[in-house]
Design a protein around this ligand. Structure first.
Ligand code: NAD
Length: 361
């Protein structure tokens, strides 16, 4: 299959695709800027051993578009962008590679800000930051805002409360049966909140170590084998591990009233969001409920203030309530309601930007 790049850009409304190459370090990076209606594009840098350049480009196009929606729904003034580096994150990293990337990001003059994603770490960007000001999520000792998983988990907890309110009429989680898949960086901090509120928690994790730590730290919670989590009779299923967990196999097995968790790309395909809607299982759209980490790093660009970042993250509650209302009133699946909310915000802001405004001091 031959990819027609401009056709792809036209189909999804991308603004810019930049191919970046550095001979000495071997950097091969694609930066995609999807939409800058709200402000400069923001989105992490993924490093992955892509089999083909086409696969890398498709990933960058898809992920950058996802960032437009995530930045917009979270109420930030950033557009969507993403970088993918073609290479093995275990073997191909070097100072030169990240400094070369930093210079290319800087050359975009502030149209794009980057940071970590799958395969890259905050320390990698210490090199990039020698060449560019357009980096977020540096280690704390370099001025970054620190572990964003804690903020993400806080937002997911607020999102689960909003989901409980919509389904059960109360946002108290006391006694609610919540099945948590994955107790890693986000999942562990999430169960802390759920536990403090008196939820009835069942966990699972393919990492024995992570599961045992959770069982030890939160006495009385239960655990099941990884594959059994979909069969747990519960009120809320909370995926905090991998993507595509709502698929043809699992959707038949779910015994919950709602799905609400941090994992990215939970729906294997959009139609699985339709099926959840038909089955009366309320789905908290992943890019909305897991936006806490993004809100934190976006806040760095205003001069980081933790209290403000947490306050904005707590706002995920109201954003979800609005999405549930749109879904209810129009009888559309929640993932479509979320997209509608984003598209309305982009339309509103692009309209108001049409009038002349003298430079602000
Ligand atoms: N870290 C963040 O701030 C953040 C922000 C937004 C979204 N997310 C998403 O949330 C999810 C979790 O992120 P994280 O940072 O906690 O990652 P993590 O790697 O620290 O934790 C994931 C946990 O899931 C477990 N796991 C993997 N496959 C599993 C399976 N099949 N069954 C049960 N457990 C399994 C892993 O062993 C690990 O403990 C990911 O999908 C990530 O993309 C994270």
């Amino acid at each position: 299959m031959k990819l027609d790049i401009f056709k792809e850009m036209e189909k999804y409304g991308h603004e810019q695709v930049i191919f970046n190459y550095d001979r000495k370090s071997g950097l091969k990076a694609i930066i995609c800027i999807h939409d800058t209606t709200l402000g400069p594009a923001l989105g992490g840098c993924r490093m992955w051993n892509y089999e083909t350049e086409e696969e890398a480009l498709i990933d960058a196009l898809r992920l950058s578009r996802g960032m437009t929606y995530k930045c917009a729904v979270a109420g930030t003034d950033f557009g969507g962008g993403k970088t993918v580096i073609i290479g093995d994150p275990k073997k191909d990293k070097s100072e030169g590679l990240f400094r070369a990337l930093g210079r290319y990001v800087q050359s975009l003059g502030g149209r794009y800000y980057t940071g970590t994603d799958v395969g890259t770490y905050a320390d990698d960007f210490v090199y990039a930051a020698k060449e560019t000001d357009c980096v977020v999520g540096l280690p704390e000792e370099y001025g970054g805002s620190g572990n964003s998983a804690i903020t993400t988990a806080f937002g997911v907890w607020k999102g689960i409360k909003a989901t409980a309110k919509e389904v059960f009429g109360s946002d108290s989680l006391t006694g609610l049966r919540i099945a948590v898949q994955g107790v890693g960086k986000v999942g562990y901090h999430l169960i802390k909140h759920l536990y403090d509120e008196g939820a009835d928690i069942t966990i699972t994790d393919i990492s024995k170590e992570n599961a045992e730590k959770a069982l030890k730290d939160f006495s009385g919670i239960k655990s099941v084998e990884p594959d059994e989590i979909f069969d747990v009779d519960c009120d809320i299923f909370s995926p905090n591990a991998l993507g595509a967990v709502i698929n043809d196999d699992t959707i038949k097995r779910l015994k919950c009233r709602a799905v609400a968790g941090a994992a990215n790309n939970q729906l294997a395909e959009p139609r699985h969001g339709d099926i959840l809607h038909e089955k009366g299982i309320l789905y908290a759209p992943d890019y909305v409920i897991n936006a806490g980490g993004l809100i934190q790093v976006a806040d760095e660009l205003e001069g980081f203030n933790r209290e403000r970042a947490m306050k904005k993250t707590a706002g995920i509650y109201n954003i979800l309530m609005e999405i549930y209302k749109i879904s209810r009133e129009n009888n559309i699946p929640t993932y479509q309601a979320a997209d509608r909310l984003v598209e309305e915000r982009l339309e509103t802001i692009s309209q108001i930007k049409r009038s002349f405004l003298p430079d602000r001091r």
